[in-house]
Design a protein around this ligand. Sequence first.
Ligand SMILES: Cc1cc2nc3c(=O)[nH]c(=O)nc-3n(C[C@H](O)[C@H](O)[C@H](O)COP(=O)(O)O)c2cc1C
Ligand SMILES: [Mn+2]
Length: 498
Amino acid sequence: MAPPASLRDWIALLEREGELVRIDAEVDPDLEVTEIVDRTVKAGGPALLFTNPKGSRHPLLINQFGSERRMCLAFDAPSLDSVAAKLGDVLEMQPPQGLAEKVKGLKKLKSIADSRPKSVRSGPVHDVVLTGDDIDLDLLPIQRCWPGDPAPFITLPAVITHDPKTRTRNVGMYRMQKVDKRTTLMHWQLHKDGRMDYLATDGRLEVAVALGLDPVAAYSASAPLPKHIDEFMLAGFLKGEPVELVKAKTVDVEVPANAEIVLEGYVEQGDEAPEGPFGDHTGFYTGVEPFPVFHVTALTMRRDAIYPSIVVGKPPQEDAWLGKATERIFLPAVKMTVPEIVDYDLPVAGAFHNLCIVSIRKAFPGHALKVMHALWGLGMLSLTKGIVVVDEHVDVHDYAQVMFYVGANVDPKRDVHLTEGPLDHLDHAPTLQFVGGKIGIDATAKGPLEGTREWPPEIEMDAGVRALVDRRWAEYGLGGVDRSVDGARRSLRHLLRR
Ligand SMILES: Cc1cc2nc3c(=O)[nH]c(=O)nc-3n(C[C@H](O)[C@H](O)[C@H](O)COP(=O)(O)O)c2cc1C
Ligand SMILES: [Mn+2]
């Protein structure tokens, strides 16, 4: 088994697994789909394939990522942590000793070499090629998600650009507001690589937008990789198969050969127009700001192309699971830089950038502060508004446990640290956009070198007594009582419901 190779294989897999429902009734992509999906996501329901969206001949797929189980099916992995382990394995490679280790090492190196995208001559994405006046975005069932949105938005694209100087490819997921049949806007936020490519050109930047990829390639567009790393390489590594790319028809960009739909086109320096408002993953409408205008020069499709979409809004929504995938998959990379980190959790309710809970192996006075500042300097985590640091034995995914230590171990005057730094583009709370306050809470146990009184021991039952009670449990006649109330075993699903 391997992760699904295309959106169609993925849909077939979801159907076999009872994870997809087809809706044949005519449903309006204008708001009605959102209300259905919102209820379905919150109930932990299946992926939905709207076969008859009003005004379009193309089916609309949504909620493909909306549960932990589907996320694991997408990666063909037993858990998101096991996907992370694959990456951690490569990141932590040591010079091999002995033949067996060398062979294993070679296999790992091969998996890296094989992750490079592969160019192919043709692909089904070019079954239908529309250019000039034939281009018509109205063909697609693009959703208007929330009542305050002024237009339909493409919400699940993989936007492909190249750095004009280095030619490095970048793939990112950025919403695109429809302007007319051949034009959209491109919502490249301030800190994103796509915007860097745009700013680096002094004229025109060619862009291709792929819609309807296999789930791992689609996920990779949302992954916060450093600018010089091609997201399709991560996809190839995680799939164990290179992403196959074919030359686009009207721009010098390669596109996934078996994408359902591709929009080719360009943006130009200085050509911007008001974008928004948009009901966003922050749970609020983000305001109107100028963003680049994307002119479509070709619309190519598979025959009977399926259009993929996602709704973001007040959490939890489907994107919670894309975020959780990133949280898990990037843990080994975070640990590479800050090895004292044991685990971290970005609560869904915190829209990912508002709060990070991190557990550390504390080794010296001020260690929690060191880790806070490291995270505030690390990739997209630098935009995190609040950080809570706990000791290594605390389960960061068990929010009640974390609250216990925040309450018990914190002297607010000593352990709450306020500072400033860059903030998420969409954060409406800071007085200035993009920059403002940060809060760090050190909920670790303090030592005498940190100037505190002696820290009291925590209450813990004797291991011998625990084993004894385990052995004798049946004798007590308490069969109905769950004896394994253990935070660590609670699934992410429970955390979402909390
Ligand atoms: C459903 C969804 C929608 C997103 N929309 C946007 C967006 O409109 N603009 C943006 O800059 N980032 C958006 N993001 C986040 C980016 O995809 C993410 O930061 C990604 O790492 C950007 O790639 P880059 O770092 O290569 O620019 C979205 C993420 C998801 C999951
Ligand atoms: Mn990138």
